[in-house]
Design a protein. Structure first.
Length: 348
């Protein structure tokens, strides 16, 4: 587990990263801008026709491109360069955008996009076209796609006690992207004998009529229905905690999230998919405690800040370059940390 920067440089780093994020994120005062951002990436909420999903299900040149992607996925992941990785992510993002609508609160969309971009700047791949999206879904879920696409549900955000918890979740998903976990999982499926049966079952029920598109959609749906390998989830937890801490957040934010998941009833429909696609929360907590020990306890202490406080800051607290941008992280007030490390308590 790679440790974060020292406390002496955390604040200057946070301010510098925030200033850089504000120059990179296309945010302005109009609520339509997040939607325009998604449209510029080819995204859409329709399950057929135009937008990014239309590019997946269309014919002609798109089919040839899809055939190339399927061919790549059956070989080594190392043979997939970054532009192809981003293209795969764009098409997988269409699967997610085609299943759930965007949440209509554009201030919330801007806030999550800014927060995620800030954290991604501390990752190993800050130059990816990172895009963070809130889906209008009451369930408790977060997803990522190769190339820098991260989705969280409104239900998940509503259950985050403070910003550090949301930061921990975003850092976990960012790690899946930087480590190319999804590409490795898709390659394993594409190389398996199970893939032929999977595609055949999809073609029977899929009216797209395009074999390549059906193959790719089958791969994507299978990936998000069954989840990633447990080893990848543990890696995303460990590295995500370090990443969130390097971004200046409480290292125990993700721990608090896992403690909440541990108490969720297995038959609660809000948590069904999250519980089914991840290792048991208790096992994840135990793995994190082994990795963290007391190494990160010195990065705690600042009072937590809630998402609601970020979206509706008090006038007296709105100062500095971030104050002019609704939903932006203000370096004068962020990052927030919890007052106590819950992971040090026994969880038996």
């Amino acid at each position: 587990m790679r440790l974060p920067f020292s406390p002496a440089c955390t604040r200057p780093l946070a301010a510098a990263c925030t200033a850089l994020a504000l120059t990179l994120v296309p945010v302005c005062g109009h609520a339509q801008n997040v939607m325009n951002l998604l449209n510029s990436l080819g995204g859409g909420t329709s399950s057929s026709g135009g937008g990014l999903l239309g590019a997946v299900t269309g014919g002609g040149g798109n089919a040839a491109r899809g055939d190339d992607l399927i061919s790549l996925l059956t070989r080594s992941v190392e043979s997939i360069d970054e532009p192809k990785e981003i293209e795969i992510g764009r098409q997988l993002a269409a699967v997610l955008l085609g299943s759930k609508p965007l949440h209509p609160d554009m201030a919330l969309q801007r806030y999550v996009n800014n927060l995620g971009r800030w954290i991604s700047l501390q990752s190993e791949r800050p130059h990816l076209p990172w895009t963070f999206v809130v889906l209008d879904d009451p369930g408790y879920n977060a997803f990522a796609a190769p190339g820098g696409y991260v989705f969280v549900t409104k239900g998940l955000i509503d259950r985050c006690a403070d910003e550090a918890e949301l930061a921990g979740i975003l850092a976990h998903e960012i790690t899946h992207v930087t480590a190319r976990h999804h590409l490795h999982a898709m390659r394993k499926t594409a190389q398996s004998g199970m893939f032929t049966q999977l595609v055949a079952s999809q073609i029977k029920t899929n009216a797209v009529g395009n074999l390549v598109a059906s193959q790719f959609l089958a791969l994507g749906r299978n990936l998000y229905a069954r989840g990633l390998d447990q080893a990848d989830e543990y890696d995303a937890d460990r590295t995500g905690v370090a990443l969130a801490t390097r971004a200046g957040f409480d290292p125990y934010g993700l721990v608090a999230v896992l403690q909440q998941l541990r108490t969720a009833a297995p038959d609660n429909p809000m948590f069904t998919l999250a519980l089914a696609t991840h290792p048991p929360a208790q096992a994840r907590l135990e793995q994190l405690e082994l990795a963290m020990g007391k190494n990160l306890d010195g990065f705690m202490g600042v009072a937590p800040v809630t998402v609601a406080q970020r979206l509706n800051p008090q006038p007296s607290a709105a100062s500095g370059p971030a104050a002019a941008v609704p939903g932006a992280v203000n370096p004068a007030a962020a990052p927030a940390r919890k007052p106590a490390p819950p992971a040090r308590k026994k969880t038996s």
